[in-house]
Write a protein that binds this ligand. Structure first.
Ligand code: COA
Ligand code: MG
Length: 305
């Protein structure tokens, strides 16, 4: 797959303490799953959830979808044990919450290295504290193992003393800094969750806003939200038709010895060609993901009810 084409339109949080939810990851059409050991799990449930999530990662079978595990922050009583238990199972990524500064990333990366973590297991971090937003560029550049930034909009709004409003005005600067920092380092950028999980109209509006900002996709809390995020963050058929026409027009212009084409009264330059190619690669990756075969019965074993 071309670099950057991996789809992350819909990234569903699943409570690590709920075997039923973890089992559902094998049939839900989200592009990625975050098996959560942090805020979705009660303190009394943390050790049991850790074991369930480790088993779920080992049993695999997620049809090309990415599996990410959110551990507890390393300065909590659970963080180091989470990392030690999960890292050797080789999820696609480990997501670190409550990061404040680049040294937090270095500490996590050192621990991953000391737990014989497979090299394919990458590090993702939550951008959810005021300090992390202000240091997002340095955080994104902190370590080569880093692959993704995930906005934690609820925690950020709490820490800011701001309010949840439909246009997200109080956090628009933070959203933009997250995308800027991710793009500066070639990382994935995923938006925060939409809390009213039954309000799919509001979710669509927020996904469209996130897409305008440049996010790759949205974190979700309920399976019903997947279809909306998948549609909004995917190139539409009109987008694909236009991209293909731009490539044809540009090739024809080049064959005539011209460096710029005109299509439907609009200019097509090198940068539009690069954007068109990237969009077509993303569309092809989505099509490939959506035609992955159904999970086999053996892939479902290993996660008890
Ligand atoms: N992942 C996987 N499956 C989920 C799910 C999730 N995040 N949320 C709900 N489901 C499943 C339920 O298990 C249920 O499955 P079943 O009918 O096969 O048993 C089905 O979807 C319908 O669930 P529903 O009754 O509509 O929701 P609920 O009232 O049980 O749960 C929430 C609502 C918000 C508590 C639940 O969606 C949830 O826990 N979400 C994740 C929260 C989270 O991870 N937060 C941390 C990050 S912000
Ligand atoms: Mg949080």
């Amino acid at each position: 797959m071309e670099h950057g084409a991996q789809p992350y339109r819909s990234v569903l949080y699943m409570p690590g303490s709920k075997p039923r939810a973890l089992e559902k990851a094998r049939s839900l059409p989200a592009d990625a799953f975050i098996l959560d050991l942090e805020d979705a799990v009660l303190p009394s449930e943390k050790p049991r959830a850790r074991g369930l999530v480790a088993d779920a990662i080992r049993s695999g079978g997620c049809r090309g979808r990415k599996l990410v595990v959110r551990i507890n922050a390393l300065d909590t009583e659970w963080g180091a044990d989470d990392l030690a238990a999960i890292a050797p199972t080789g999820p696609d990524a480990i997501l670190l919450p409550k990061v404040d500064r680049p040294t937090d990333i270095l500490r996590a990366a050192d621990l991953l290295a000391s737990h014989s973590t497979p090299s394919a297991t990458r590090l993702w971090v939550m951008i959810e504290t005021p300090r992390a937003v202000l240091d997002a560029a340095a955080i994104a550049a902190a370590h080569p193992r880093l692959e993704g930034l995930v906005m934690g909009t609820n925690d950020l709004i709490k820490d800011l003393g701001a309010q949840q409003v439909p246009d997200r005005l109080p956090i628009q600067t933070s959203l933009a800094l997250c995308v800027l920092s991710a793009r500066a380092e070639g990382l994935v950028a995923i938006d925060g969750v939409y809390n009213r999980f039954q309000d799919l109209v509001g979710l669509r509006r927020q996904c469209l806003q996130a897409r305008v900002f440049g996010f790759d996709g949205k974190t979700l809390i309920h399976p019903d939200q997947i279809v909306v995020a998948n549609e909004v963050f995917a190139p539409s058929s009109d987008d694909i038709t236009l991209a293909q026409a731009q490539l044809v027009a540009f090739d024809a212009a080049q064959a005539r010895g011209e460096g710029v084409a005109v299509l439907n009264g609009r200019i097509v330059e090198n940068l539009h060609v690069a954007m068109a190619r990237r969009m077509l690669a993303r569309a092809a990756a989505i099509a490939a993901l959506e035609t992955e075969p159904a999970p086999t019965p053996s892939a479902l074993q290993g996660v008890s009810k």
